[in-house]
Design a binder for this molecule. Structure first.
Ligand SMILES: Cc1cc2nc3c(=O)[nH]c(=O)nc-3n(C[C@H](O)[C@H](O)[C@H](O)COP(=O)(O)OP(=O)(O)OC[C@H]3O[C@@H](n4cnc5c(N)ncnc54)[C@H](O)[C@@H]3O)c2cc1C
Length: 459
């Protein structure tokens, strides 16, 4: 990929102004550390920002928003760099890079964490874990807490504690005019409503306050079934899931095994009574004859490390992701997934899903922007290929076909954090009846579309 190294006058002016104002540093396209700074999870993203404002403080973020606007530059926000569509990198624009703003302060008495805007899931999990506490986040340690929670945030604790967004107590946000404001239930409540599901559309979140919970007897680890058993295990699992207790979360996936053949992976996490947990893990293992079952006592941080090791092993891959939300695992939906995975075009491609149940479904749909509050399985259809395997057209096509095939089993809309603007119908329905309010708040807080690079909102 060739990288232009010349700059427009406004890019150079923006860099000069920022260097005079910021505590952090500025990286311009063409600088030695540009490639390293630009690196994100999805290697397929080719966007070349003109410059990065690598922020150290909220004041740096305020300066970056003002400078970008004054110089007419598009801007984007980089947190953990794990958005598959590369929304962190706006082409020819200014990236507000929060990768150095990762402080986490835990108050064990009130069970509240104050988390900087660029902190990762691992940062918060480790800090909370050192006090015997846990935050309801996702499965991957490297994902940004803000990016995850602002779009909703599915994870293995959502049955007991709700989605990540449900655990937000407040935030500090740099708005489109460069002002830093506090938001929460009693301060700018409309902004607080909007950021819990509406992603980075309303400003740059420099700090979040997060509710923490007691880490009880935690059991987690992989249960792997052979592909020949996948269908029967999934059918039994569908009945199991319908009566699952809140304390259990089961993420599932169909990654390739060491021989390149697909497998069925269950990743349970139990946080509750020891004996009940051990029994329920036995029940899960009895859904078939596992090839591997390594569920045992652990911490949330260690569970993330396990997942991260698998993610790192596939590093440098190029990715394309689509999403569907299934209300139940019907035999038809299971067949469609199994048939597609059996025919996948790349060993890196997979289908994963999170199960939203329990506490995540007991919140009124209108309480915050994230509006899908009935039980469902959030399915991620992930096409992956190595950079030397061409442009990925056949793998993208594989994902597209399964996405289309699952439509008839799915609820309208899909998980906002995985949406792409071209899927207008899915975007339109992603927020259910909250779409109109969200759109009107977008007009109020970001009338000029400064944060246009964030997840797409309904028209
Ligand atoms: C390997 C992997 C595992 C994942 N696991 C889960 C999971 O378990 N559960 C789940 O729900 N999702 C999961 N996701 C999806 C993930 O939550 C989203 O992609 C999320 O947007 C990533 O946030 P980030 O900060 O890492 O990404 P980035 O690419 O840095 O940011 C993406 C966008 O989020 C917004 N944003 C990020 N930080 C801020 C901020 N501080 N202020 C304002 N806007 C901000 C911006 O619009 C930004 O462009 C996973 C993704 C990957 C690649």
């Amino acid at each position: 990929m060739s990288v232009a190294t010349t700059h427009t006058a406004s890019e150079l002016t923006a860099a000069r102004e920022l260097r005079a104002m910021m505590q952090g540093r500025v990286v311009l396209r063409g600088d030695d550390d540009y490639a390293r700074t630009r690196r994100i999870w999805n290697g397929a993203v080719e966007n070349q920002p003109a410059l990065f404002a690598v922020c150290e403080t909220s004041a740096d973020v305020e300066a970056a928003v003002r400078v970008a606007r004054r110089n007419g530059l598009p801007l984007s926000v980089r947190g953990g760099g794990h958005d598959w569509a590369g929304r962190a990198l706006c082409p020819d624009g200014l990236v507000i890079d929060l990768a150095r703003m990762r402080q986490v302060v835990v108050d064990p008495h009130s069970r509240v964490a104050t988390v900087a805007g660029g902190a990762t899931t691992k940062d918060l999990a480790v800090a909370a874990g050192s006090h015997g506490l846990v935050a309801a986040l996702g499965n991957c340690g490297a994902v940004g807490v803000a990016g995850l929670a602002l779009g909703g945030g599915y994870g293995p604790l959502n049955g007991r504690y709700g989605l990540a967004a449900d655990n937000l107590l407040g935030a500090e946000v740099v708005l489109a005019d460069g002002r830093l404001v506090a938001t929460g239930p009693d301060e700018e409540p409309e902004l607080f409503w909007a950021i819990r599901g509406g992603g980075g559309n309303f400003g740059v979140v420099t700090s979040l306050r997060f509710r923490l919970h007691e880490m009880r007897h935690m059991l987690a680890g992989p249960i792997v079934y052979s592909w020949s058993e996948a269908e029967s295990v999934l059918r039994r699992y569908a009945a199991f899931a319908a009566t699952m207790p809140d304390e259990l979360g089961v993420s599932m996936g169909m990654p390739s095994g060491p021989d390149g053949q697909p497998t069925l992976l269950l990743l349970p996490l139990w946080n509750g009574d020891k004996h009940r947990g051990e029994q329920i893990i036995r029940d899960l293992q009895a859904l078939g004859t596992p090839q591997l079952a390594q569920v045992g006592p652990t911490t949330y941080g260690d569970m993330l490390a396990l997942f991260d090791a698998a993610v790192d092993a596939a590093d440098c891959c190029h990715w394309e992701t689509r999403t569907r939300s299934l209300p139940v695992l019907t035999p038809g939906a299971v067949d469609a997934i199994i048939t597609a995975v059996a025919r996948k075009t790349s060993p890196y491609s997979m289908v994963n899903w999170h199960h939203a149940h329990g506490a995540a479904t007991r919140i009124a749909a209108e309480e915050m922007a994230f509006g899908l509050r009935r039980e469902h399985f959030m399915v991620e259809i992930i096409a992956g290929w190595k950079p030397d395997a061409g442009n990925g057209a056949e793998h993208r096509q594989w994902a597209q076909e399964l996405w289309e095939g699952l439509a008839r089993f799915a609820l309208p809309g899909g998980y906002a954090n995985f949406l792409v603007p071209r899927d207008r119908e899915q975007v339109r329905d992603a927020y259910g009846s909250n779409g109109a309010r969200l759109r009107s708040l977008k007009r109020r807080f970001d009338p000029d579309g400064v944060f246009a690079s964030a997840i797409p909102l309904p028209d």
